[in-house]
Design a protein around this ligand. Structure first.
Ligand SMILES: C[S@@+](CC[C@H](N)C(=O)[O-])C[C@H]1O[C@@H](n2cnc3c(N)ncnc32)[C@H](O)[C@@H]1O
Length: 261
């Protein structure tokens, strides 16, 4: 357990684990168990949760972050490195056009199983891998140009603490980006998505990955996560400016983007 998580636990803080409230220490342990369990089926999990559309959402998020040559980009809760691979390729393409230094793209995740699955999948020359906690980043203040977290923040036991850490490690003028499941804006989409996620996903997770409970948690954690405007206010409260929200697939997912000014 990290120092941050331990201090949450000792302060008696509670946090959501799916539809249950558990203490923060318990959430850290339970979420780690979920990702230990799904690491080997991770791509399948993403395809199930999003109907395969997560690839397009990740492309849109990477384009919004707009990685540049010479930048240090940190992808927190980076899992198997899906976002970091995109950043490395985009920064290199810009470098080929305009010149400049190599970018440095750090994938950080607290789950070594996920990192190992990512290393096995293969990286890009600009990428490095690190095991660490979003709530206590092992980076100095003002050391990165861009911070991203994709489908990770809803799993973190103390979201304000993770946002404060994002703000701390960003240089002045640095960019913050979060891609996360969110709240569909239209009732018809919400109903269809609820039916798919509550009824189909845990069942398919049980059949395909032999792990219904982990998939049930993942679906419930999406419902417990704050809606677009509530989360935007949390990002502003952490000290970010000009925070924008871009809905994807009618709000099934959303990109929050802000500036450390
Ligand atoms: C759904 S996966 C997303 C992975 C990747 N970002 C992507 O979009 O494919 C969530 C990841 O968050 C990681 N995670 C959860 N809590 C974390 C924390 N406090 N610090 C770092 N990583 C965390 C998990 O280990 C897992 O790899």
């Amino acid at each position: 357990m990290t120092d941050a998580a331990a201090s949450d636990a000792s302060s008696g803080k509670t946090s959501s684990f799916g539809f249950r409230d558990v203490d923060a220490r318990e959430k850290v342990r339970l979420v780690r168990g979920v990702f230990d369990s799904v690491a080997s089926n991770y791509d399948l999990m993403n395809d199930l949760m999003s109907g395969g559309v997560h690839r397009l959402w990740k492309d849109a998020a990477a384009a919004k972050l707009n990685p540049q040559p010479g930048e240090t980009l940190l992808d927190v809760a980076g899992g198997t490195g899906d976002m970091a691979r995109r950043y490395a390729k985009m920064a290199r393409a810009a470098q080929m056009r305009r010149g400049g230094e190599d970018a440095s793209v750090i994938v950080l995740d607290y789950n070594a199983e996920m990192i190992m699955a990512g290393v096995h999948k293969g990286g890009e020359p600009e990428m490095s891998w690190s095991v660490g906690d979003a709530m206590a980043l092992p980076m100095p203040d003002a050391s990165v140009d861009a911070y991203s977290i994709s489908f990770g923040i809803r799993n973190v036991a103390d979201i304000p603490q993770a946002l404060a850490e994002a703000r701390r490690v960003l240089k002045p003028g640095g960019r913050f980006l979060c891609l996360e499941f969110s709240r569909p804006t239209a009732t018809a989409i919400r109903k269809a998505y609820d039916a798919w996620s509550f009824h189909a996903i845990p069942r398919i997770g049980g059949w395909v990955a032999g792990d219904r409970d982990s998939y049930q948690y993942l679906v419930e954690s999406i419902r417990r996560f704050p809606d677009q405007q509530t989360f935007r206010a949390m990002i502003e409260a952490a000290g970010f400016s000009r925070v924008t929200v871009t809905n994807l697939s009618g709000g099934v997912a959303a990109i929050h983007h802000g500036w450390a000014i």
